[in-house]
Design a protein around this ligand. Structure first.
Ligand code: ADP
Length: 629
């Protein structure tokens, strides 16, 4: 039987289009052809399992060979094979219609490479790199005759009898001149390692040399010889396909090292395994975070039935989990559609929700069962959790149970625990609990000191997302958050009680006037307050609200732009009950009064790290003078 024919198709010549359209992603032809070989092998296994194929399965290794002289690349499988009739049916009709449909869909849309990379173009992608493609196949069916299909990159094809003794299919690509890179071993190996690393059937590419012991010399030392071994490039049974009960921690760590050879050990991992309402397996690792977040993105690899698809998982994994590492395998993620469609796909949404829930459950579990070790890992996982809490309502609902805050003593609390912790001492006159925090222990030291003396507890909020997280805590937990320098210590938590002032109203006014002169900047608001005699004589504060706007701006997002030119007015609170106040009022000369006030104000600036340049020099000079009086 020799048959020639024409593939009926309304597109005049499909191949140049395929070639041009897929230009930047040529290498996927190999993924497509090896996937087909894997499918053919698995189909045969299934038939054998069902008792429908009675022959020997034998070795099923798929083999890839390069012939540099003939300029061919061959993909051979020992799968179900194709008869001549099937070639006509499957290759001409199914494969071709797949390719045509693809082009019809995307030809004019100008969509970018992403969809193309995800799209299973199938057998015809061979023509992206070949001027001629031969299929030689022997079907597994009893009494089948070997057949060959030859196509030359136009709409004509030829089917003829062939010689092939063993079951299976050889796809022989006669590479086009501009595709000879695919004759290079290293190039093929690189593509296979990318796409076929975990395909479920062994794949052989060439041989590698290995030295093995072959005896002993006269002194009894072992002798070695070099042997050539088939180089199997893949792990056909990666651990995500196994049941967690079969696996040890070491298995997970080993697999992590295979995926990310140069990374530090992960903190912990989650084995994903679900088959309803969608099918998904995988392992997600929580890495130790580096400062450089962007570098850490795109570390999750997406597979479909063990075939690598992409490491861009934007739509499948919630944003806050994109810093995780690992593998997700799902045949239910539609890969042959555009990105915008992917986002609205019901399965993708469900998958997204499922992963979020799994991660929340795992964290909740760790927190409950191993609180100690959870706290130790907090510096690494805190960012994930806070990010999730801020950005994902569903996650927040669960995470409120295990999102932690840390106080200056290094103790960790959930928000509810912390509410209880500070209840007695930090409830204001409106019955609101006030959480005090510092963003910088060093810089805000004098305020921390004053607040601690009052018996207040102080949280450390010095991490990346904390300025957003603070808002979140206020909204979700109904507490008031104040940075320690937001107000003079007496007013941080307003109890409604006022301290007695030792100055008369008249003296208060005079003192205020002196300080206004000394401060010498009308933007700053001076007030005289009755504070404890051992509080600082002057305290400079930046109101919580304004400062927070500024902080959020610095992190990006959140603060309205009109606060662009902060810092705004400082509040200068003068302690009317301090001994210095009296001293200033009692000084004889007006210039001495102002000079003393200036000294007290500068001390406050100094404690905030705000005294610099000329002002600092003047301050030092003045201090020296005072000291040598
Ligand atoms: P798809 O794999 O998406 O169905 P392809 O264009 O890749 O589309 O292949 C079309 C058909 O050709 C397949 O469905 C299969 O029946 C057949 N086929 C392709 N490669 C092989 C192979 N190596 N062995 C057996 N059959 C094959």
């Amino acid at each position: 039987m020799q048959e020639k024919g024409t593939i009926s198709i309304h597109t005049e010549n499909i191949f140049p289009i395929i070639k041009k359209f897929l230009y930047s992603d040529h290498e996927i032809f190999l993924r497509e052809l090896v996937s087909n070989a894997v499918d053919a092998t698995q189909k045969l296994r299934r038939l054998a399992a069902l008792g429908e194929y009675k022959g020997e399965l034998g070795d099923q290794t798929i083999e890839i060979k390069v012939d540099k002289k003939k300029k061919t690349l061959t993909i051979s499988d020992k799968g179900i094979g194709l008869t001549g009739e099937e070639m006509k049916k499957y290759i001409n009709q199914i494969a071709f219609s797949g390719a045509t449909e693809f082009l019809e869909k995307y030809k004019d849309k100008g969509e970018d490479q992403q969809i193309i990379g995800h799209f299973g173009l199938g057998f015809y992608s061979a023509f992206m790199v070949s001027k001629k493609v031969e299929i030689i196949s022997l079907s597994h069916q009893e009494g089948a005759e070997p057949a060959t299909w030859i196509g030359e990159g136009n709409t004509e094809f030829e089917i003829a009898p062939a010689k092939k003794k063993s079951r299976g299919t050889d796809i022989i690509l006669h590479l086009a001149e501009d595709s000879e890179e695919f004759l290079e071993d290293h190039r093929i190996r690189q593509i296979l390692e990318k796409y076929a690393r975990f395909m479920p059937v062994p794949i052989k590419f060439g041989t590698r040399e290995e030295s093995v012991e072959d005896g002993k010399d006269k002194d009894g030392n072992p002798t070695y010889k070099t042997v050539k071994k088939d180089d199997i490039i893949n792990d056909a049974l990666p651990i995500w396909t196994k049941s967690p009960s079969e696996l040890t921690d070491e298995d997970y760590l080993k697999f992590y090292r295979v995926l990310y050879p140069y990374s530090e050990e992960p903190l912990f991992w989650i084995h994903l395994n679900v088959d309803y309402p969608f099918n998904l397996t995988g392992i997600l690792y929580f890495p130790k975070l580096k400062k450089d977040f962007e570098m850490q993105r795109n570390k999750i690899q997406l597979y479909s039935r063990q075939v690598f698809i992409t490491d861009e998982v934007k739509d499948v994994v919630p944003e806050f989990l994109q810093l995780l590492h690992g593998v997700i395998d799902s045949p239910d993620i539609p890969l042959n559609v555009s990105r915008s469609y992917l986002q609205s796909d019901a399965n993708v949404k469900k998958i997204n929700g499922y992963i979020t829930k799994k991660v929340a459950d795992k964290l909740g579990d760790l927190f409950k069962k191993e609180r100690d070790s959870y706290e130790k890992k907090w510096s690494d996982i805190g960012l994930f959790v806070k990010y999730g809490v801020i950005s994902e309502e569903k996650f927040e609902e669960k995470a409120r149970e295990f999102v932690l805050v840390k106080n200056l003593e290094g103790k960790y609390f959930t928000i509810e625990e912390y509410k209880k912790h500070v209840e007695a001492n930090q409830t204001n006159k409106d019955k609101a609990k006030v959480f005090l925090y510092t963003t910088d222990e060093q810089k805000q030291h004098s305020y921390i000191d004053a607040a601690t003396k009052r018996g207040y507890d102080i949280l450390l909020m010095n991490e990346m997302l904390d300025s957003h997280f603070i808002n979140h805590v206020e909204q979700k937990f109904e507490v008031t958050m104040k940075r320690v320098d937001a107000d003079v210590v007496d007013k941080l938590i307003e109890t409604g009680e006022t301290k007695e002032s030792v100055l008369s109203e008249e003296e208060n006014k005079t003192l205020k006037g002196i300080f206004e002169k000394a401060v010498n900047d009308s933007k700053n608001a001076v007030s005289v307050e009755a504070m404890a005699t051992d509080d600082f004589p002057v305290t400079i504060t930046l109101p919580e609200f304004l400062r927070r706007m500024k902080d959020m701006q610095a992190v990006g997002g959140g603060g309205p732009m009109m606060f662009g030119d902060l810092p705004v007015t400082l509040s200068v609170a003068v302690n009317g009950n301090h001994a210095i106040a009296r001293k200033i009022l009692d000084a004889e000369k007006e210039e001495d009064k102002v000079s003393l006030a200036k000294q007290a104000f500068d001390l406050a600036l100094l404690s905030q790290g705000m005294l610099t340049g000329r002002e600092l020099t003047d301050f030092i000079r003045r201090s020296v003078e005072i000291a040598s009086l």
